[in-house]
Design a protein around this ligand. Sequence first.
Ligand SMILES: [Zn+2]
Length: 292
Amino acid sequence: MKGIAINIKNAESMKCRLCGSKNTRLLFSKQTFLEYDNKVWDIYECCDCSLKFIKNDQPFDYEKFYNFRYKDRVIDDNYIYQNSKYWKHEAKILSRVLPQKSIRIMDIGCNAGNFLYQSPKTWIKFGVELSDLAIIGRKHGLAILQQNIEDIEISNNFFDIITMYALIEHLVNIEKVFDKIHSILKPNGVLAVMTADSNSLKAKLKGQNWHMYSPPEHQFFFTAKSLDNFLAKYDFQLSYRYYNSGGMADYFKNKWLTKIIGIIQSRVMDRSFIKKIPIFDHMYSYYKLLKE
Ligand SMILES: [Zn+2]
């Protein structure tokens, strides 16, 4: 009977939320990943652009959800110093993709400003962060706005670089955000996106248990193809891409273990052909904006 139920669902023909194709299939369903809510979310795959996404057609209080999600997060001034090696490496890559001296950068979903804080002093830096982590960043002298990027008034062609780390998969109003990015980024400006690749070996091995399949926190589960395909609609062309196992936060909660893994990553993985293959799920993509 279960098989029949799935076939009926498929017959509804769910449209791909980003490319609009009707050629999609239901992969599986999953409950809201925090226990306080028992809604069930269908996860679909687009057979054309390869995007995976949740069917987002039920009312949901996202503000309540995120407040609950982060209620135990300890916010103190040291939060901003996390893993400087990781962020310095990121700044180095951006300087390589856009080799120019004067850089005006916007980090969307910037947390406490961890990356902005560690990036070169010569850069002119702005951040956007909805949570109260923004307050810590401001205490450290960073210009961090606590507003949705699409609601902020910014002149056209203002930024040289826009970055989004672990953010794009959360965006319910993704099209509005990218309309804004398209207008405020300069022609030939760089957009850096870090998201998890749902076609990576790690994701495939974990199957439905992959930690990124956590609806409705994550609305989209990108692949290299679906990300390039979506961003092409906004005139973005891929310049560079690599993969690694992550490192934005101290997952191991152990200073020495984190250090050792960091060294292996920077000395071996980041310097070899391995980084081009989607073994690990953290996908870093750098795009140029080709507009007039
Ligand atoms: Zn699609």
